[in-house]
Write a protein that binds this ligand. Sequence first.
Ligand code: 5RP
Length: 220
Amino acid sequence: MTQDELKALVAQAAIEHVVPGALVGVGTGSTVNHFIDALAKIKDRIAGAVSSSVQSTERLRRHGIPVVEAAALDKPLPVYVDGADEIDHHGYMIKGGGAALTREKIVADLAERFVCIADESKLVDTLGRFPLPVEVITMAAPQIARRFEAMGATATLRLGVTTDNGHPILDVRGLKIADPLALETEINQWPGVVTVGIFARHKASLCLLGTAGGVRTLRF
Ligand code: 5RP
């Protein structure tokens, strides 16, 4: 199976975790695009979606799926479905390859469960091979980059990219993230950091992993 077929497989499997009659939180990316397409087939059985990006909102609306603003929620979402750039054996993730990390973390925070959908290439022992995305306030970018350099890493601005919130992204290479919770907490303290792409406080509840042998479910 190709990587894209594996993504479609796990996206379809995630439909079983959607709660009938409720809103569903929807992430961003190529795997989530398959999920949105699968969701369209059961759109009459859900109340609608809360989206994590302009890109996903547009795709949801094209399918006629109602999109509800996150700020309008008065109770938790039962489930949030999203992809990952890396996921480890504890459910900790790196996200933000598609620059949607801030809204993804906000919608994940509104949900009771995070269902991660990913092909098996995303499963790692230690996070950090994928460059860590960090959304920053522009005037703080050089100082934040220096802090990463002091850790032995290299931070570069993602060229030509601003997020849906109008901020740049630093991609950080050379980190070996042995303690994702501690590093997320540390980076969150730095002035000018909007969101760091470590999802440890908002880790996956389960991961539907696409493998050559079918869908493997990892529970955390
Ligand atoms: C976007 C993300 C995505 O979930 C992540 O980049 C995975 O994307 P894909 O499903 O295209 O591999 O965090 O900000």
